[in-house]
Write a protein that binds this ligand. Sequence first.
Ligand code: MN
Length: 163
Amino acid sequence: MKDTHDPRNGTTHSNGTVHIPFTPGDRFRWDGIDVKAYSSTTAVSDRITKQILFHADENLCSEVRYFEAEPGGYSALEKHAHVHAVVILRGHGTALVGREIITVRTHDVVFTPPDTWHQFYAAPDSHLGFLCIVNGERVRPIRPVDADLEELMRDPVLKRVIR
Ligand code: MN
């Protein structure tokens, strides 16, 4: 059988193997993977993009996504019942997880526990690219309401980083 090409999933070989070659460039890209706008319950930053490398299906219960923030870009401040396993692939920056500010750099690994506020920030002088592995079955993230923000911002350290 001839190899087929699925625009979402790279090259699928007849035996089921999927190979998605990395494509060098300004932004980290994988062959055939669409670069999407970052989605969240509200738009927080246009300086971050999303690429879905693997969709969850009956064989793989997790989705594997790659997010890339430009220098100064960041993800949404949010929490939810599901967890994230994050692997930094590019650059450096910081991450808020719960009440901790963590310095993150290429090859670091971060786990965000259930119902824990989290946000990832590229440093002003660096991209921050990371794989984020998440359960395929999940509900929409919760974004902070004014009372949550007020409470978080009472901590001067958090106040400095939260966007
Ligand atoms: Mn999240």
